[in-house]
Write a protein that binds this ligand. Structure first.
Ligand code: GLA
Length: 742
């Protein structure tokens, strides 16, 4: 096994075993069971059952996935699927848990390999299985060649979410080439009203929710870009025709991988629905020497019978308890500090005096973390030069960063810094010294984007250089936070340093080393938090999330656009990591003008940040900001770690939207309501809350805006959920926020 494989396997195990779970000391995985025939395997947790079995031909088939079956319900072992016609061989109709490309498989395989003699046929059969503590481990092997596959299944007892992954191992005497590897295939039985929801987008327009019917044929969502991408995110939800926000079945899944990925959903002619998620097979090849293995990413799959809202609440909970880093000794991820970021205020024009002035103003409104963005290093005065030269620019900071950091700390704030370690400008000392360090094909043009190239992090020397550089930066300065950016996709994905047959290992080896680098830095600097940014939300997935504390949701800071982006984000990911800034009006994206209060309330739906140029603020702006930052601190635990109800979604061009977050202990709930524009003297409908204790009394308090006259100041949960309240909103871009305390 190579270093890469060893490490990937470790990472998989950490995820499955619960790195976070271990720290939590509480997150339990469900106990799997095997029936007395040894043919049926079952995982049960939190109202969900997942069952699969092995048939008399040794094929592994899905049996059931959905709402919990009774413990005594016996599931019959699967039987080989009969031939339907000569045009539909059994193999294409079998609901395989992990199909190999072979034996006539013409639907999507989970694994496809090429042997040195040209054979490209792989027929996987069950060898054995074991219940290993809280997981089921299944071993499969090709019918004649020593290609072994180990499948791991673990279900989180608290959420019923199943983590699946696969490892393929070459025990043949020669090399094998893995052409395609998925973490899992999951199957659902025939229904004529399935729908698929997924997230697409672009720069400044991430997390756009798409929903379409599933009919025979394939739907592919993917990234070929070397990173997760803005264009599609590795999450999907499958629902039924009658599913709504708070009712009906939703099966969902997300792949924990920050490189090129693919999720393939196909319905065959007889209505069987299969979802296969893993490395993107496009341009993929991973050659394994004898004894080597390759691990897949982890696919996290869940089910809720409580609609899209139930699905996202359970997935958010899983991310908080099983994925996100938890500080040593703590029982939950740390709450996001209120941050200030300099980017929109100063762009590349950062210097000691300017940043100090901003820091002083930021501290005065209650900011807890001051982040200096791009421009502090090398010859960086625009995006044309300096990337790669991570030495402090002495013209801008004649005495280094220490005086600024000292001042920031003295103001009671943590200091944070922007870096983009994986990139280089050709106009940089690093590139002049090491032009061979970038991803490229020998003798071919190197396509630039934002005047930069991508360093080949799969190379050992690049990895070691970045580790040394970042380690030193963190050791030499009192830095509490890194904003880790990644501003372009790959091009010309070559790795000329290694043999031609090994070059496509890049797709895995790069991301492996990225994870290894983040993990090592966290180990050496356990107090430093990291944000995953990629020109906004281009690298948000459960892989990077295990190693970073928050994400930059989008470069689009327009507070109205953000409502839609944040709604889409919340379908897949927890608000506990979703950063949102209050910036200037008119906003740079749309030139839209909104009030400071509206901008705050939109940003307060996630981790709050301020990115406005505070030098332009008036006294009343500071006063309002100070009040709202204080108000946010009193509700942030509920907003970040509570249960989210999308009461009125902004999807589909809705004129209004509203969310409610209910604290885990049920004692606080936070309501945000937004109106795009009022017209024609249209009335405001009542907003009926959810998730409260009907018998408990809750006091209503406004953070901003007001409810219509005669709204009670105290009432039961039953009242707020049944009767609801009407928020007074007239005008364009109106917003209000309330706290209910019980
Ligand atoms: C990316 C990020 C921005 C900012 C710039 C700096 O675009 O998404 O927030 O950090 O880089 O160059």
């Amino acid at each position: 096994m190579t270093d890469f494989d060893q490490r990937r396997r470790t990472l998989c195990m950490q995820l499955l075993g619960g790195l976070a779970g271990a720290a939590l000391g509480g997150s339990a995985w469900a106990r799997p069971s095997v029936d007395d025939t040894g043919k049926v395997f079952r995982l049960d947790g939190a109202g969900v059952t997942y069952a699969f079995g092995v048939n008399t031909d040794g094929q592994l088939q899905t049996l059931y996935w959905g709402s919990a079956l009774a413990p005594d319900d016996r599931l019959a072992a699967p039987v080989p699927v009969p031939e339907n016609s000569s045009n539909e061989m059994p193999v294409v109709l079998t609901p395989f848990e992990f199909p190999g490309f072979g034996g006539g498989l013409t639907v999507e395989p989970a694994l496809k390999v090429t042997f040195p003699d040209g054979v490209r046929d792989l027929v996987l059969r069950h060898v054995d299985h074991r219940v290993d503590g809280d997981r089921i481990v299944i071993r499969l092997k090709d019918v004649s060649r020593a290609v072994h596959v180990t499948l791991t299944y673990a279900m989180d007892a608290a959420t019923g979410i199943l983590a699946r992954s696969a490892v393929v191992e070459n025990r043949t005497p020669g090399w094998i080439q893995v052409d395609q590897l998925a973490a899992a295939s999951v199957n659902l039985p025939y229904a004529d009203d399935y729908r698929m929801s997924y997230l697409t987008g672009r720069w400044a327009g991430e997390f756009a929710l798409q929903t379409r019917p599933i009919v025979p044929g394939s739907i592919v969502i993917e990234s070929r870009k070397g990173a997760t991408s803005h264009q599609a995110n590795p999450w999907l939800a499958i629902s039924r025709g009658a599913t709504e926000e708070e009712s009906g079945p939703v099966w969902f899944g997300a792949l924990g991988w920050s490189g090129s990925w693919r999720i393939h959903v196909d319905m065959d002619g007889l209505g069987g629905l299969r979802t296969t998620a893993g490395y993107n097979p496009f341009d993929f090849a991973y050659r394994l020497k004898p004894g080597e293995s390759l691990a897949s990413p982890v696919f996290h799959a869940g089910f809720s019978s409580e609609g899209f809202g139930g699905a996202s609440r359970v997935f958010h909970r899983y991310q908080r308890s099983n994925i996100l880093p938890v500080p040593p000794g703590a029982s939950a991820p740390r709450l996001r500090p209120v941050l200030y970021n300099s980017w929109e205020a100063t762009l590349f024009a950062v210097d000691e005096a300017g940043q100090t002035a901003l820091a002083e103003k930021a501290a005065s409104i209650g900011v807890e973390r001051f982040v200096m963005d791009d421009g502090w290093f090398g010859a960086r005065s625009s995006d044309k030069a300096g990337l790669g030269d991570w030495v402090v620019n002495r013209k801008k900071f004649p005495n280094g960063l220490a005086p600024l950091i000292k001042r920031v700390n003295a103001l009671g704030m943590e200091f944070g810094l922007w870096v983009e370690p994986e990139m280089v400008n050709p106009d940089s000392d690093l590139y002049r010294a090491h032009p061979d360090w970038v991803i490229h094909f020998q003798g071919r043009p190197r396509s630039e984007a934002r005047n930069q190239l991508v360093l080949n992090l799969a190379r050992k020397d690049v990895y070691e250089h970045l580790l040394k550089m970042l380690d030193r930066l963190l050791a030499d300065h009192a830095i509490g936070f890194l904003k880790w950016d990644h501003n372009r996709a790959w091009s010309e994905p070559g790795w000329p340093e290694v043999a031609a047959a090994d070059q496509q290992r890049l797709y895995v080896a790069y991301v492996d080393n990225l994870y290894k680098l983040l993990a090592e830095l966290r180990r050496r600097h356990p107090k430093v938090e990291i944000e995953s940014c990629a020109s906004g939300g281009g690298r948000v997935d459960l892989g990077i999330m295990a190693l970073t504390d928050q994400v930059w949701t989008s470069d689009n800071t327009d507070p109205f656009d953000r409502l839609l982006i944040q709604d889409g984000f919340s379908r897949a990911y927890t608000p506990a990591i979703m950063m949102a800034w209050v910036t200037d009006a008119p906003n740079f994206v749309n030139r839209r003008v909104t009030s400071l209060e509206y901008r705050f309330l939109s940003a307060m739906q996630g981790g709050l940040g301020i990115g406005a140029n505070l030098n332009h603020w008036k006294a009343e702006d500071f006063a309002l900001a100070k009040r709202l930052v204080a108000g946010y601190k009193a509700i942030r635990k509920t907003v970040q770690q509570g249960d989210l109800y999308r009461l009125v979604s902004p999807q589909g061009g809705s004129n209004r939207s509203a969310t409610l977050s209910v604290a885990q202990d049920g004692r606080q709930a936070v309501l945000f309501a937004f109106l795009h524009s009022s017209g024609l003297r249209e009335a405001q409908p009542r907003i009926q809350l959810r998730g409260l204790d009907p018998k408990k009394e809750y006091a209503l308090r406004a953070i901003a805006g007001k409810a219509v006259p005669r709204t009670p100041q105290r009432a039961s949960g039953a009242y707020w959920m049944g009767h609801g309240l009407v928020v007074e909103m007239v005008g364009d871009f109106q917003a209000a926020a309330f706290v209910l305390e019980g």
